[in-house]
Design a protein around this ligand. Structure first.
Ligand SMILES: Cc1ncc(C[n+]2csc(CCOP(=O)(O)OP(=O)(O)O)c2C)c(N)n1
Ligand SMILES: [Mg+2]
Length: 347
């Protein structure tokens, strides 16, 4: 397992320490703190019945944000349902993330200039899409990569093998991240496959596979940066397996983690917490204080509140919106239905 910082926030792999400025290091911490507040807020809004679908992210901040930080704006992100923080930090307005949660069509209307696809719900489908996006980037001679995320469960899907194999064969500039958060809903990762690691599945596709400490933001950043350089050099895709944990339930739709996880296992992983570890590292370099952290928390709360208000103020979606946004050119029977609904809605 590739690691840069241990649980105590000490550098254990000096050669691999990424070349990040103090400002970058603080920015990474800021984003992780902000995202944890976002997660707490989203979970609580969901409990109040004010959000629809939400998949908690606490415990996965380093895996999500360390990898996104290694990208440039011109790179493409093809996310799964849990990967909302990465696309928010890539530029998706927060209020649209809340609308996505509510199943509002505007949450899926990614701004034109943003290289992001809407979060994929079908497990593994994004891997095939990413192979295609990456091959497209290569054919067009673009100097950018496509990154995608799935889970330990997603790594068992046929699409996972197809996409990785295809991208490997065509040396497409793709990065496949499997966030191994130890469970696919209630199925433990150990029961998912007879393979010792998910990273080793790269061997069959003829591409490098790296198992990374997904609770170590510097390790995730460094591994993603290397994968990106390889992709840009024409050396093809990389598979990254980030070992992490989701502290919360699978989604807010009602699964109860206490039925399939022990509190001992929760404790074991919470000791590896990405924020605690990185905070210790930054404090040892005199780069972080309680005051700075509180500032980030206050700012996050304020911005999140404003984003929720903006989501609340967005006009409710109508059936006619659904029809209109589904097709570029409407088939005749939907044209009739659109008229019908517009008529009904105008009353
Ligand atoms: C093709 C398909 N099969 C089944 C499901 C139902 N489903 C939703 S999430 C999930 C488990 C995914 O686990 P994992 O890939 O480990 O990702 P995690 O949720 O842990 O991030 C399943 C089986 C689905 N969405 N799509
Ligand atoms: Mg999982």
């Amino acid at each position: 397992m590739f690691q840069v910082l241990n649980e105590e926030g000490e550098v254990v792999n000096k050669e691999a320490l990424p070349d990040l400025s103090d400002e970058d290091l603080k920015e990474l911490m800021k984003r992780m703190v902000y995202t944890r507040i976002f997660d707490q807020r989203a979970v609580s809004l969901n409990r109040q019945g004010r959000l629809g679908f939400y998949a908690p992210v606490a415990g996965q901040e380093a895996s999500m944000l360390g990898s996104q930080y290694a990208l440039e704006q011109k790179d493409w992100i093809i996310p799964g349902y849990r990967d909302v923080p990465q696309i928010v930090w890539h530029g998706l307005p927060l209020y649209q993330a809340f609308l996505f949660s509510r199943g509002h069509f505007h949450g899926g209307q990614i701004p034109e200039e943003l290289n992001v696809l809407s979060p994929q719900i079908i497990i593994g489908a994004q891997i095939v899409q990413t192979a295609g996006v990456a091959l497209g980037l290569k054919k067009k001679g673009k100097d950018s990569v496509a990154i995608t995320y799935t889970g330990d469960g997603g790594a068992s899907q046929g699409d996972f093998y197809e996409g990785m194999n295809f991208a490997g064969s065509f040396k497409a500039p793709a990065i496949f991240v499997v966030q191994n958060n130890q469970f696919a809903i209630s199925v433990p990762a150990g029961e998912q496959t007879a393979a010792k690691t998910i990273a080793q599945k790269a061997v069959a596709a003829g591409i490098p596979g790296v198992q990374v400490d997904g609770m170590d933001v510097l390790a995730v950043y460094a591994a993603t940066q290397e994968a990106r350089s390889r992709a840009l050099n024409g050396e093809g895709p990389t598979l990254l397996e980030t070992l992490c944990y989701r502290y919360g339930p699978h989604t807010m739709a009602g699964d109860d983690p206490t039925r399939y996880r022990t509190s001992d296992l929760d404790d074991e992983w919470e000791k590896r917490d990405p924020l605690v570890r990185f905070r210790k590292y930054l404090e040892s370099k005199d780069l972080w204080s309680e005051e700075q952290e509180n500032e980030v928390v206050d700012k996050a709360k304020e911005e999140i509140k404003a984003a929720i208000k903006e989501a609340d103020d967005t006009p409710k979606q109508k059936v006619s919106d659904l029809i209109e946004n589904m097709h570029e050119v409407l088939p005749p029977h939907l044209k009739d239905q659109l008229e019908e609904y517009r008529e009904k809605e105008s009353k």
